[in-house]
Design a binder for this molecule. Sequence first.
Ligand SMILES: C[S@@+](CC[C@H](N)C(=O)[O-])C[C@H]1O[C@@H](n2cnc3c(N)ncnc32)[C@H](O)[C@@H]1O
Length: 282
Amino acid sequence: MHRWCDAAFAFGLLDENNGELSLSDLGRAFVPETPNTVMPFAVQSVLSARIAEMAATFMKTGERPGEKILAESKSILPLFGPMLEAMYGRFFEEQILLDLPVYKETDKKGGLVVDLGCGNGWYLRKIAALFPRTRGIGIDAIEENISQARKLAQREGLADRLTFRVDDIHQRTLNKPSDLIAMNRALHHVWDEREAVFQSFKKSLRSGGSAVIWEPNWPKNRSELRNPGRLSMAFQNLAEYIQGNRFLRAEEIEAEFHRVGMETDVRLFADGNEAVIVGRKI
Ligand SMILES: C[S@@+](CC[C@H](N)C(=O)[O-])C[C@H]1O[C@@H](n2cnc3c(N)ncnc32)[C@H](O)[C@@H]1O
């Protein structure tokens, strides 16, 4: 512990006063709960190095060890949920939520939102905090994520309307009709099984209900990757490759909705780097 404190002190993350150590302003900026926390930068700098190393190793063998590769890192796994919440929570509230009428419509009905691949549950927690009649169920394959989601929903006074459980998107046992199915950065994880996934949207949504898919919007032309705003997407796609996934184009997602007879509305955000595709069951 002393060594960690010495190192943190050296980097200005801790201050010392009369022999007592406490977080400095800089140190506080890295705490996940601090508004506008800079914690994602710290996690990403560690992750980037790991991904580059793994990509270089597996490139030689063509091996794609799959999703477990990132979940295996015991020190990073608990930071994934808070990192994604810090990176996208505010963006969701300030841009996507204001742009899409579907959340308000769901609330009017006292509707049920199901979040597939919910991570630490930030999306459902934000919706439930803003829309008092909305109920939600979040599922994720990773126990750590679900345990964080439950604790946070409890702490935020939302546990009476939100439940979270470990489940697999493919084999989910949930048979309740839903009004909104959300998948944030999760569809590309199950894209190989897209036929079954889109059929399940159609089956489990009530008439008039919507599936709202939020994904990075992979560009149509390779030349567009040279846009500075797309560099990090291109790098992240390397990590996706190792996990057996790839980023998707909005049109590919739209086409799957059409295949199962659902209407679509595509909204682009962040200079076209983020796509939200809403599929409505008519
Ligand atoms: C990039 S994370 C996004 C998490 C969350 N939606 C968010 O926006 O912060 C993708 C999530 O999908 C989950 N996931 C991937 N495949 C899954 C599956 N087959 N069943 C359940 N969850 C899955 C992962 O555990 C992970 O939490």
